[in-house]
Structure formats: C-alpha cells, structure tokens
Design a protein around this ligand. Structure first.
Ligand code: 9MR
Length: 387
C-alpha cells in the first residue's frame, strides 16, 4: 500500500539511506541555501535555551540531529549546545546505517552523537529499530525468505543494537510508522489497519508484539516506544489514523506486550485544522492505557496559502506550534522533540515536493536559516515556561 501523498510526513517516496559512514552520505544533509532571513536576536547573550526553559518545568526538550553537521558546522553545533537537551539521530540509528550489510554493524555515527551529548550532559534517544524505510535491500530480501529467517534477522538486529547501546541510550522507537494510512475518512482498507510493510508480509501482525518482546529481553527498563505520524489534526483522515493506533495500542496492552510509550511525530500541516480538544483527548486516551506520550518529530509544514512575508508567516507558524505544545502539555506530554532545529537543514528543504510547493523556503523549525531564534522559538519557550 502506498502512502497517501497529502498526509504522510514524506508524502513522496523518500530517499532510502543504504550506506553508513560520512562518505556514503548518511542520509545526506541539506545543502546550505542562500541567506534570506534577516539576522535578529542571536547576540552575545542569547539567554537560556529551550531545553533549559523546559527543564525548569520538568519537561525534556530536544531535536533530531545529524552527526555530520555536528562535526562540520560550528554554528549548527552551537545551536544544539544551546537549545537541545535530548538528541535524536536523524539517520544514524536507522537500520541502513547501523547494519548496511548482514552481520556488519557500524555504530560510528550513532556513537558520535551519543558522545557529543554525553560530553555536555545531554541524552540521546534511539530511532528506529523496525521501520520499512532506511531499510537495506539485503534485509528486504532476507525478510522475503520465510518467517523463520525474517524473525532471526529482526531479532539479530534488535539484539545487537540494544546490547551495544543500552548503557548510553535508554529510550528507543522500537517500531516506527506501523499504522496503515487510511484512504478516506473512515473506510477500513482491505489490507487491514497495519501498514503493508516487509515485516508485516513476512511475519504477520504479530511482528509488532515480537519486536517489543525482543527489545524487552535486552533490557528490563529501557523505554520502548511505538512511533507514528498523521495523528494530530482535526480531519477525518487523522481521526481514522488515531482510531487505528488506539486500537493497536489497546490490543498490545491487553496482551501485556512491553510497550512503555507512544511517540506522536507531529509533522504538523498549516493547511489542516487543529483542535486542541481533539488532540488532547487522544493523548489522554493513550495515557489512560498506562502509557507515556512523547512528541517526537515536531515541525510545521507550511502551505502555499501561508503569506510570503516573514513576519506574517512566522506568526502563523508560531501560533500553531504554541497551540499544539500547550494542548500536549495540558494532556500530560513531558517530552518534546523537533525534527531538526534549524530551518536550513529541515528534511522539508531536502524534499521540497513535500514542503511548500511554491519553491519558497521553509520556516517550520524554532531557528531560522541563520540559526536565529524566531517566533516559533518564542512560542515554544512561552508554552514550556507556563507549563
Ligand atoms: O528526516 C529524515 C530524512 O532526511 C531521511 O531521508 C528519511 C529516511 O531516512 O527519514 C527522515 O526522517 C523521518 C523519520 O525517520 C521518521 N518520520 C518521518 C521523518 C521525515 O520523513
């Protein structure tokens, strides 16, 4: 089943990372674009970063990061040092980077992020053990060679990754994007409610439960997370996706599968309505199952209808971010991660077809193209400070 182009975070088939190592381009960082935004408030004394403001209220804030940029762009590194208390590898924890060939593991890029964080008292969360993207060809083939082989491959990956990282990474997206995209408002698909992934085809729906149990076998207290997208907005499509996810989560909880939390990606879209009550009710329903809820990949995808003018654009983006974070906080979310920190390296820039379709630059992260804090940053700071 293909993703619905208008609803998926990717919306187009995404580039799949097949190689590890810097030279192979571990996911490829965005090219720097021309300077377009006026520098505003960097100054010599920028004051506390988002993570410190959040920490003061018992909230964790962090962002997806790219090891290659941390190592090569000093302004990027400073921005992370200032703003991010939690780091998530944007590519470096994915299967294609960690196990590009069967049995050949490469933790160098992931460890680079972990060590950068440890040196500054920051934590790293893991993303993602079982995902149909950034999944190498050899593994796709192996999964098609029958259930015993598929299970062994999945078990070996989970065991090796968790046993190698468990002392340093205590929080993992065990399965990512397992709910099928609904084609319409509430019409269940013929294939069912789970994504038709190589894992589902090889092992059936129980692969999700198996992945969590395998992860728990490695460590009794690691936080095990199910992460998904398209759950935030007040549309029939998102309502159906929420229903499917709740359905799955409830069945996992009933079966005593060791799941600790749900990650809500929150790739928000400006052209979709957002209702705090609807979203808050969803978070509360998940928490009623005894799970934590994390916001794992927040960014704001602009619509072509968003005005050209930076001030007006930034205000709209900030309003959406503030409303979303406040409703999540009110419903009990305590961890917030943005998918990147700086507009110039957003995946929405890398893949313009899923971003603004008018070729305009993206402004959906807290720091602008010149690493300056913008209205979205201030809206987030206000939301955290008043939590
Ligand atoms: O931002 C990431 C993009 O640059 C990569 O090409 C892609 C494949 O590795 O993954 C993107 O990150 C995705 C994340 O892992 C899962 N949720 C959606 C994110 C944006 O597509």
């Amino acid at each position: 089943m293909l993703r619905s182009p208008s609803n998926s975070p990717g919306g187009v088939s995404r580039r799949v990372v097949l190689g590890g190592g810097l030279a192979a381009g571990a996911g490829g960082c965005a090219q720097a674009q021309p300077v377009v935004a006026p520098a505003r408030d960097l100054g010599g004394n920028p004051g506390p970063g988002l993570w410190e403001i959040a920490r003061g209220r018992g909230i964790a804030f962090g962002a997806a990061v790219q090891a290659q940029l941390l190592a090569t762009d000093p302004a990027y590194e400073q921005a992370y040092a200032r703003e991010a208390g939690v780091l998530v590898p944007e590519f470096e924890g994915k299967w294609s980077v960690l196990q590009p060939k069967e049995g050949e593991f490469d933790f160098r890029l992931l460890e680079a992020i972990v060590q950068w964080g440890q040196a500054r008292g920051r934590t790293t969360r893991g993303h993602a053990l079982v995902w149909h993207e950034a999944f190498p060809e050899w593994a796709v083939n192996a999964l098609s060679e029958g259930a015993p082989r598929a299970r062994a491959v999945m078990a070996a990956h989970i065991a090796r990754v968790l046993s190698t990282t468990r002392l340093r990474i205590r929080d993992w997206d065990v399965v990512n994007e397992v709910i099928a995209d609904p084609p319409g408002s509430d019409t269940p698909q013929a294939e069912g409610e789970l994504r038709n992934s190589p894992f589902l085809r090889a092992l059936g729906p129980s692969y999700i439960e198996t992945a969590f149990r395998l992860a728990r076998e490695q460590d009794p207290t690691l936080r095990l997370v199910l992460n998904d997208y398209g759950l935030e907005e007040d549309t029939p499509w998102a309502a159906e996706k929420r229903r499917r996810l709740l359905n799955l989560v409830r069945s996992l909880v009933r079966a005593r599968v060791p799941i600790d939390a749900v990650g809500i990606q929150a790739h928000l879209q400006m052209d979709r309505p957002f209702r705090p009550q609807v979203f808050g009710d969803f978070v509360r329903a998940l928490r009623a199952e005894g799970l934590s809820v994390l916001v794992t990949e927040l960014d704001i995808r602009e619509a072509s209808s968003v005005p050209d003018d930076f001030v007006a654009r930034d205000r709209l983006i900030a309003e959406r971010a503030g409303a979303f974070i406040s409703s999540a906080l009110e419903a009990g979310v305590k961890t917030f991660l943005t998918w990147g920190l700086v507009d110039r390296y957003s995946w929405l820039v890398l893949e313009p077809a899923v971003g603004r379709r008018d070729g305009k630059l993206h402004r959906g992260l807290p720091l602008d193209w010149e690493y300056n804090r913008k209205e979205m940053w201030r809206a987030m700071a206000r939301a955290f400070a008043s939590a």
